[in-house]
Design a binder for this molecule. Structure first.
Ligand SMILES: O=C(O)[C@H](O)[C@@H](O)[C@H](O)[C@H](O)COP(=O)(O)O
Length: 243
Protein backbone atom coordinates (compact mmCIF):
# COMPACT_ATOMS: atom_id res chain seq x y z
CA UNK A 1 0.00 0.00 0.00
CA UNK A 2 1.48 3.38 -0.91
CA UNK A 3 1.89 5.97 1.83
CA UNK A 4 -0.90 8.60 1.87
CA UNK A 5 0.68 11.65 0.28
CA UNK A 6 1.73 14.47 2.57
CA UNK A 7 -0.23 17.69 2.21
CA UNK A 8 1.77 20.91 1.88
CA UNK A 9 0.67 24.52 2.26
CA UNK A 10 3.14 26.79 0.47
CA UNK A 11 3.35 30.43 1.63
CA UNK A 12 5.70 32.63 -0.38
CA UNK A 13 7.00 35.74 1.38
CA UNK A 14 7.89 38.82 -0.66
CA UNK A 15 10.67 40.02 1.66
CA UNK A 16 13.03 38.67 4.34
CA UNK A 17 11.07 40.65 6.94
CA UNK A 18 7.79 39.05 5.85
CA UNK A 19 9.38 35.59 5.89
CA UNK A 20 10.59 36.14 9.46
CA UNK A 21 7.20 37.52 10.49
CA UNK A 22 5.32 34.58 8.94
CA UNK A 23 7.60 32.10 10.70
CA UNK A 24 7.24 33.85 14.05
CA UNK A 25 3.46 33.91 13.67
CA UNK A 26 3.27 30.22 12.75
CA UNK A 27 5.41 29.19 15.73
CA UNK A 28 3.50 31.48 18.11
CA UNK A 29 0.19 30.06 16.87
CA UNK A 30 1.39 26.54 17.56
CA UNK A 31 2.44 27.53 21.06
CA UNK A 32 -0.88 29.26 21.73
CA UNK A 33 -2.80 26.17 20.61
CA UNK A 34 -0.75 23.92 22.85
CA UNK A 35 -1.08 26.13 25.91
CA UNK A 36 -4.84 26.30 25.44
CA UNK A 37 -4.91 22.56 26.07
CA UNK A 38 -1.93 21.82 28.32
CA UNK A 39 0.26 23.41 30.96
CA UNK A 40 3.36 23.42 28.82
CA UNK A 41 4.31 23.51 25.14
CA UNK A 42 7.31 21.79 23.60
CA UNK A 43 8.84 23.21 20.43
CA UNK A 44 11.78 21.91 18.40
CA UNK A 45 13.65 24.50 16.35
CA UNK A 46 16.05 24.15 13.47
CA UNK A 47 19.61 25.34 13.39
CA UNK A 48 21.54 26.85 10.52
CA UNK A 49 21.42 30.44 9.31
CA UNK A 50 17.97 30.86 7.75
CA UNK A 51 15.94 31.01 10.98
CA UNK A 52 18.04 33.69 12.75
CA UNK A 53 15.78 36.57 11.68
CA UNK A 54 12.67 34.55 12.47
CA UNK A 55 13.93 33.79 15.99
CA UNK A 56 14.75 37.44 16.60
CA UNK A 57 11.20 38.30 15.52
CA UNK A 58 9.69 35.46 17.58
CA UNK A 59 11.56 36.70 20.66
CA UNK A 60 9.32 39.78 20.64
CA UNK A 61 6.10 37.75 20.86
CA UNK A 62 4.36 38.25 24.19
CA UNK A 63 3.67 34.63 25.05
CA UNK A 64 3.81 32.87 28.46
CA UNK A 65 7.35 31.80 27.58
CA UNK A 66 7.92 30.34 31.06
CA UNK A 67 5.50 27.59 29.98
CA UNK A 68 7.46 26.78 26.82
CA UNK A 69 10.16 24.12 26.49
CA UNK A 70 12.54 25.03 23.65
CA UNK A 71 14.57 22.24 22.08
CA UNK A 72 16.57 21.72 18.89
CA UNK A 73 15.69 19.35 16.06
CA UNK A 74 19.38 18.72 15.63
CA UNK A 75 22.75 19.90 16.86
CA UNK A 76 26.32 19.79 15.80
CA UNK A 77 28.39 17.77 18.28
CA UNK A 78 30.52 20.74 19.30
CA UNK A 79 31.01 22.70 22.54
CA UNK A 80 28.14 25.03 23.48
CA UNK A 81 30.25 28.11 22.75
CA UNK A 82 31.46 26.85 19.37
CA UNK A 83 30.53 29.21 16.49
CA UNK A 84 28.79 26.31 14.71
CA UNK A 85 26.65 25.41 17.75
CA UNK A 86 22.91 25.68 17.10
CA UNK A 87 22.41 26.23 20.84
CA UNK A 88 24.74 29.21 20.65
CA UNK A 89 22.75 30.59 17.68
CA UNK A 90 19.50 30.26 19.68
CA UNK A 91 21.09 31.99 22.69
CA UNK A 92 22.15 34.84 20.38
CA UNK A 93 18.67 35.22 18.88
CA UNK A 94 15.50 33.82 20.42
CA UNK A 95 16.82 33.48 23.97
CA UNK A 96 18.89 36.68 24.10
CA UNK A 97 16.28 38.90 25.80
CA UNK A 98 12.96 38.82 27.62
CA UNK A 99 10.23 37.82 27.11
CA UNK A 100 11.45 34.77 25.18
CA UNK A 101 14.48 34.34 27.44
CA UNK A 102 12.00 33.16 30.10
CA UNK A 103 11.49 29.98 28.07
CA UNK A 104 13.03 26.78 29.40
CA UNK A 105 15.82 25.84 26.95
CA UNK A 106 16.95 22.20 26.74
CA UNK A 107 20.13 22.14 24.64
CA UNK A 108 21.45 18.87 23.29
CA UNK A 109 24.07 17.79 25.88
CA UNK A 110 27.12 17.89 23.61
CA UNK A 111 29.49 17.71 26.62
CA UNK A 112 29.26 13.90 26.77
CA UNK A 113 32.26 11.69 25.82
CA UNK A 114 30.77 10.67 22.46
CA UNK A 115 27.99 11.62 20.03
CA UNK A 116 26.21 8.38 20.97
CA UNK A 117 26.31 9.30 24.67
CA UNK A 118 24.96 12.76 23.82
CA UNK A 119 22.15 11.22 21.76
CA UNK A 120 21.22 8.88 24.61
CA UNK A 121 21.23 11.74 27.11
CA UNK A 122 19.04 13.86 24.83
CA UNK A 123 16.62 10.95 24.33
CA UNK A 124 16.37 10.52 28.11
CA UNK A 125 15.53 14.18 28.53
CA UNK A 126 12.95 13.95 25.75
CA UNK A 127 11.31 10.98 27.46
CA UNK A 128 10.67 13.17 30.50
CA UNK A 129 9.53 16.23 28.56
CA UNK A 130 7.36 14.42 26.00
CA UNK A 131 6.34 11.14 27.68
CA UNK A 132 4.86 8.44 25.46
CA UNK A 133 5.98 5.99 22.80
CA UNK A 134 7.12 8.83 20.57
CA UNK A 135 7.94 12.40 21.63
CA UNK A 136 5.25 14.65 20.11
CA UNK A 137 6.29 18.28 19.72
CA UNK A 138 3.70 21.04 19.42
CA UNK A 139 5.82 22.85 16.85
CA UNK A 140 8.61 21.48 14.67
CA UNK A 141 10.46 24.16 12.72
CA UNK A 142 12.66 22.61 10.05
CA UNK A 143 15.17 23.94 7.58
CA UNK A 144 15.95 22.44 4.18
CA UNK A 145 19.45 21.88 2.92
CA UNK A 146 20.32 22.37 -0.75
CA UNK A 147 20.93 18.60 -0.79
CA UNK A 148 17.42 17.86 0.50
CA UNK A 149 18.37 17.16 4.12
CA UNK A 150 16.38 18.38 7.07
CA UNK A 151 17.48 18.39 10.71
CA UNK A 152 20.58 16.21 10.36
CA UNK A 153 18.97 13.59 8.14
CA UNK A 154 21.47 13.86 5.31
CA UNK A 155 21.16 11.87 2.07
CA UNK A 156 23.64 9.01 1.80
CA UNK A 157 23.95 8.63 5.59
CA UNK A 158 22.36 6.17 8.03
CA UNK A 159 20.38 8.74 10.06
CA UNK A 160 17.34 9.00 7.73
CA UNK A 161 16.85 5.22 8.05
CA UNK A 162 16.82 5.18 11.86
CA UNK A 163 13.16 4.62 12.73
CA UNK A 164 13.30 2.70 16.03
CA UNK A 165 14.42 5.47 18.39
CA UNK A 166 13.75 9.21 18.82
CA UNK A 167 17.32 10.47 18.61
CA UNK A 168 20.33 9.29 16.64
CA UNK A 169 23.79 10.39 15.64
CA UNK A 170 24.81 11.44 12.17
CA UNK A 171 27.22 13.50 10.18
CA UNK A 172 26.80 16.40 7.81
CA UNK A 173 28.79 19.32 6.43
CA UNK A 174 31.92 17.86 8.03
CA UNK A 175 30.56 17.75 11.58
CA UNK A 176 29.30 14.93 13.81
CA UNK A 177 25.67 15.57 14.72
CA UNK A 178 22.81 14.61 16.97
CA UNK A 179 19.38 14.62 15.39
CA UNK A 180 15.74 13.82 16.02
CA UNK A 181 14.71 10.95 13.79
CA UNK A 182 12.10 11.00 11.02
CA UNK A 183 9.34 9.45 13.18
CA UNK A 184 9.68 12.28 15.72
CA UNK A 185 9.74 14.98 13.05
CA UNK A 186 6.56 13.44 11.60
CA UNK A 187 4.80 13.13 14.96
CA UNK A 188 4.76 16.89 15.55
CA UNK A 189 1.38 18.63 15.77
CA UNK A 190 2.56 21.52 13.57
CA UNK A 191 5.40 21.13 11.07
CA UNK A 192 6.86 24.22 9.41
CA UNK A 193 9.67 24.30 6.84
CA UNK A 194 11.48 27.62 6.52
CA UNK A 195 13.29 27.88 3.19
CA UNK A 196 15.17 30.82 1.75
CA UNK A 197 17.42 31.53 -1.20
CA UNK A 198 17.87 30.42 -4.82
CA UNK A 199 20.25 27.71 -3.61
CA UNK A 200 17.27 25.83 -2.14
CA UNK A 201 15.20 25.98 -5.34
CA UNK A 202 15.85 22.43 -6.52
CA UNK A 203 15.55 20.93 -3.01
CA UNK A 204 12.21 22.67 -2.47
CA UNK A 205 10.85 21.51 -5.83
CA UNK A 206 11.92 17.95 -4.96
CA UNK A 207 10.36 18.20 -1.50
CA UNK A 208 7.03 19.03 -3.13
CA UNK A 209 7.35 16.40 -5.86
CA UNK A 210 5.10 13.43 -4.95
CA UNK A 211 7.34 10.96 -6.76
CA UNK A 212 10.64 12.27 -5.36
CA UNK A 213 12.41 9.46 -3.48
CA UNK A 214 13.18 10.15 0.17
CA UNK A 215 16.56 8.50 -0.35
CA UNK A 216 17.58 11.52 -2.43
CA UNK A 217 15.53 14.08 -0.46
CA UNK A 218 15.27 12.97 3.18
CA UNK A 219 13.02 15.98 3.96
CA UNK A 220 10.28 13.90 2.29
CA UNK A 221 10.43 11.53 5.26
CA UNK A 222 8.61 14.20 7.29
CA UNK A 223 5.01 12.96 6.92
CA UNK A 224 2.81 14.36 9.69
CA UNK A 225 -0.92 13.73 9.90
CA UNK A 226 -1.62 17.42 9.36
CA UNK A 227 -0.66 19.84 6.65
CA UNK A 228 3.03 20.76 6.38
CA UNK A 229 3.45 24.52 6.16
CA UNK A 230 6.24 25.64 3.87
CA UNK A 231 7.37 29.23 4.30
CA UNK A 232 9.62 30.21 1.43
CA UNK A 233 10.96 33.35 -0.14
CA UNK A 234 10.47 34.09 -3.85
CA UNK A 235 14.02 33.02 -4.68
CA UNK A 236 13.53 29.52 -3.26
CA UNK A 237 10.02 29.14 -4.69
CA UNK A 238 10.81 30.42 -8.21
CA UNK A 239 10.57 27.01 -9.93
CA UNK A 240 7.27 26.04 -8.37
CA UNK A 241 4.08 26.05 -10.42
CA UNK A 242 1.94 29.11 -9.77
CA UNK A 243 4.67 31.13 -8.10
O1 LIG B 1 22.01 22.15 12.09
C1 LIG B 1 21.67 22.41 10.95
O2 LIG B 1 22.46 22.62 10.01
C2 LIG B 1 20.21 22.57 10.64
O3 LIG B 1 19.35 22.18 11.53
C3 LIG B 1 19.95 22.11 9.24
O4 LIG B 1 18.99 21.13 9.07
C4 LIG B 1 19.56 23.37 8.52
O5 LIG B 1 18.21 23.69 8.81
C5 LIG B 1 19.75 23.24 7.04
O6 LIG B 1 21.08 22.79 6.82
C6 LIG B 1 19.54 24.60 6.36
O7 LIG B 1 20.54 25.45 6.87
P1 LIG B 1 20.61 27.01 6.46
O8 LIG B 1 19.40 27.64 7.05
O9 LIG B 1 21.88 27.50 7.09
O10 LIG B 1 20.61 27.03 4.95
Amino acid sequence: MTEPSTRYQLIVATSPEELARQAAEQIAAGIDLALAERDRAQIALSGGETPRAAYARLAEEHLPWERVDVLLGDERWVPADDPSSNARMLRETLLAHPPASHARFHPVPTDRPSPQASAEAYASELAVLCPGALPRFDVMLLGLGDDGHTASLFPGTAAPGVLDRPVTTGEGKGLPRITLTAPVLSAARRVIFLVSGAGKRQALARLLDPVEPAERTPARLVRPAGVVVILADAAAAADLPGT
